[in-house]
Design a protein around this ligand. Structure first.
Ligand code: SAH
Length: 191
């Protein structure tokens, strides 16, 4: 998993003004008021998903495309949704230039998931939700995992959760400490 993080040159996902900071363990602005997560958080969220090569994955919040590129090192079927049109287009062009499979990129409200492509073995949310988004729980395969920060919007303070779908109506909830993400927007996000 750490090899996957190491395989993706993070500076290519930065705005030119911040490129020199790309190898610090910090979050940085990517435009439109959004941020690229710090590498240790990308590594932790990826680790918690427990990805295997045959898995079908969904990321909510494509942003710069960095986390998507890391997931593409680990699995063949990776989908990602971005709400913001400017970031969607910028991310798509950047990932295409790097030779990554952009067919998995979608523009829309990821708080509703991608029902047409469900079920997923892993769903990774890279924005802070007010509560567990019900659509994402429904789109997990049995044994599938949802990794999501849940908490307050202002100040952005969340608890990193992993939800494992153990049966059709049974979910295991585990906590992995405090974190800070930009707010999740959309139907199951902050308005
Ligand atoms: N994974 C990104 C981190 C981006 S920050 C990276 O590696 O760079 C979180 C992103 O979530 C922002 O780009 C924001 O626009 C997006 N976002 C917020 N709410 C969303 C929603 N409901 N659906 C899809 N994307 C959303």
């Amino acid at each position: 998993m750490l090899a996957a993080v190491g395989a993706v040159p993070r500076h290519l996902f930065f705005e030119p003004a911040f490129e020199a900071h790309a190898y610090q363990d910090k979050a940085f602005p990517i435009g439109e008021g959004q941020t690229i997560s710090q590498p240790s958080m990308v590594a932790l969220q990826t680790e918690l998903l427990g990805v295997q090569p045959g898995h079908r994955l969904l990321e909510i919040g494509t942003g710069s495309g960095y986390q998507f590129a890391v997931l593409c090192q680990l699995a063949d079927n990776v989908q990602s949704i971005e709400f913001n049109a400017v970031l969607f287009e910028r991310g798509r062009q950047r990932l295409a230039a790097l030779g990554l499979p952009t067919a998995g990129l979608h523009r829309g409200d990821g708080s509703l998931g991608l029902p047409g492509l469900a079920p997923f073995d892993g769903i990774l949310v890279t924005a802070g939700a007010p509560a567990l988004p019900p659509a994402l729980l429904r789109q997990l395969r049995i044994g599938g995992r949802l990794v999501v920060p849940v908490g307050t919007q202002d100040p952005g303070q969340q608890l990193l959760l992993r939800i494992t779908r153990e049966g059709p109506e049974s979910f295991l909830r585990e906590e992995f400490g405090d974190c800070r993400f930009v707010p999740l927007r959309g139907a199951a996000g902050w308005q």
